[in-house]
Design a protein around this ligand. Structure first.
Ligand code: 16G
Ligand code: ZN
Length: 536
């Protein structure tokens, strides 16, 4: 038929990078941008199929490589409620992306049969991209694939990854009881602005916040968002935007941004912050957030995803109790093996909340979070959000307050459900959440840091001949293969005070990552080195 022929013709414009094998990984396809043409074409084809399979619901395609260097790019699919693509479909994406160009139309037809898609259904796709130079070429290819397959599409141009997730969820819930918001960029700012005003009613935040935008799309978008927030002296925040150069493409993620700050454990060299200044960093597509400051002794202090999770869980826990609905809502905190052991202890022993560990990657945390009425999930790297179940939303909405205190708590909770991007972790929304909580608690970053003391930790990247032999189990905390390696790791960690270590194959790089923590810096370093040697 016509579509088959159109795919065939469109595909001929590209060249398959010889000898390459592609895989839809933890966060879609990601690599050097010049290798991505055929991959993006394949993703465009699949996006249309996914939409048809789901009776014409809108599917999102985001072109970004997040915190990776400027010369990389990537592409990932967003499911109707703004979640990551359903796991089963990753294999279809991989299959289509590896099809030789002259066969891609055939593989497309095969998939229609395999997945049992009704081709009479409509197909609708929205897409956006970050500020990478290669992005415009890649969305051109995406449009070509969508046009060839007669898919209706909307190009949202530049957006943060979470903004695209938001738009997808809005489009698919429009006119339903679960309406999420206006499916536009402005709708996003309006929703956040309104919610922030609600949550900040009667509280005030001290000092100013400097936000490092990784020279990515978060910079211009944060500036837009600021227009929708109240002025600093009227319940707003005094925000200073830095590293928002999107004109020089090479500056993206270069010596700045959340990933730099988290992995280097230091402020960007360009930072002009004074001691005790509150600082935050976004990553290149603004879905990760970390806070930090330099203390009075000039020591760098990081407040990472674990800290945001504990802060949010503690605040929401208090509100739920103060609102008198604690009996009705089950709150849980979801982490990965990378969470600092001290944060897990704090969640369980001080906050008295369940702490669940899942595999790395947002989709795993998100799913685990949805099993709770309030699911607080964050990766240590700063990626995360809070999910609210239908029961939670209903309870918060319909509870009759018995006192002014209960009413205040219920109103704050209502505001939070709008302020938090429930589709996916969102650095801009998370940042407003943190600011609001600090304001409510009357805390500075120092008091936030004082809630518990992190165990010293070390992360090591180990180059191995074949990382596929490293098979992890137990939420990636143990290795079942290669045989005997886990016993050696167990023996090593038992020698250190509070020693904990694990090794897992990276889902985004050709390497194995080793994490170790222990009671002292030297023990953590030593344990990491020894486990890395055992892995080699
Ligand atoms: C991806 C994941 C991130 C995870 C990281 C781990 C998403 C959207 N992103 O960037 O959450 O922390 O991979 O990388 O899921 P690794 O497997 O190389 O350690
Ligand atoms: Zn990112």
């Amino acid at each position: 038929p016509a579509v088959h022929q159109a795919i065939k013709e469109a595909a001929l414009k590209y060249r398959f990078p010889e000898g390459r094998v592609f895989e839809y990984g933890t966060a879609g396809f990601r690599m050097k941008a010049d290798l991505l043409n055929t991959v993006v074409f394949a993703v465009g084809l699949l996006a249309g199929l996914r939409s048809k399979k789901l009776n014409g619901q809108w599917i999102g395609v985001m072109v970004t490589a997040s915190h990776n260097p400027a010369e990389d790019n990537g592409v990932k699919l967003v499911d109707p409620m703004g979640e990551m693509l359903e796991a089963e479909w990753e294999a279809y994406a991989t299959k289509l992306a590896n099809a030789p160009l002259e066969k891609v139309a055939d593989v497309y037809d095969e998939l229609i049969k395999e997945i049992d898609i009704n081709m009479k259904n409509p197909a609708r796709v929205v897409f956006a991209r970050d500020t990478r130079a290669s992005g415009s070429r890649l969305v051109g290819i995406l449009s070509a694939a969508l046009t060839a397959t007669e898919v209706e599409f909307t190009d949202f141009k530049y957006m943060t990854t979470p903004q695209l997730h938001y738009v997808v969820r809005c489009k698919n819930t429009l006119g339903t009881p679960y309406e999420y918001g206006e499916p536009t960029e402005e709708g996003y700012y309006e929703k956040l602005g309104e919610a922030f005003k609600k949550v900040m009613k009667s509280v005030k935040i001290h000092g100013h916040l400097t936000v490092d935008c990784a020279n990515g799309v978060g910079g211009p978008k944060l500036r837009e968002l600021l227009k929708f927030l109240p002025p600093a002296d009227q319940g707003g925040v005094d925000i200073k935007v830095v590293n928002d150069n999107v004109i020089n493409p090479d500056s993206l993620n270069f010596e700045c941004g959340a990933d730099y700050v988290k992995t280097k454990q230091r402020a960007p060299p360009s930072s002009k912050a004074s001691p005790l200044d509150r600082c935050a960093s976004l990553d290149g597509d603004a879905d990760r957030l970390v806070y930090y400051f330099v203390d009075e002794n000039n020591v760098f202090r990081l407040l990472d995803g674990d800290r945001i999770a504990t802060l949010a869980a503690s605040f929401i826990g208090d509100l739920v109790r103060n609102a008198g609905i604690a009996q009705k809502l089950k709150i849980g905190v979801i982490q990965t093996a990378y969470a600092n052991g001290a944060s897990t202890d704090y969640i369980e022993k001080v906050l008295k909340l369940p702490a669940v560990c899942t595999k790395t990657g947002v989709k795993h945390l998100h799913h685990a979070a949805m099993r709770y009425d309030v699911g607080v999930y964050f990766e240590a790297n700063g990626h995360g959000t809070v999910t609210f179940s239908e029961n939670a939303l209903k309870t918060i909405k319909s509870s009759e307050p018995q006192s002014p205190a209960q009413q205040h708590a219920l109103e704050s909770l209502k505001g939070l459900t709008d302020l938090i991007n429930q589709a996916v972790g969102d650095a801009l929304s998370d940042m407003l959440l943190v600011e609001a909580i600090l304001a409510h608690k009357g805390w500075t970053t120092k008091e936030w840091l004082g809630t518990y003391t992190d165990l010293p930790s070390r992360l090591v990247r180990v180059e191995v001949a074949d990382r596929s032999i490293f098979k992890a189990v137990d939420a990636e905390r143990k290795l079942e293969s290669p045989a005997g390696l886990q016993d050696r790791i167990d023996a090593l960690q038992s020698r250190y005070n509070k020693g904990r270590s694990f090794a897992r194959a990276s889902g985004t790089e050709d390497a194995v990552r080793v994490y170790a923590e222990a009671a002292s810096r030297s023990e953590a370093d030593d344990l990491a080195t020894r486990v890395a040697n055992a892995v080699k």
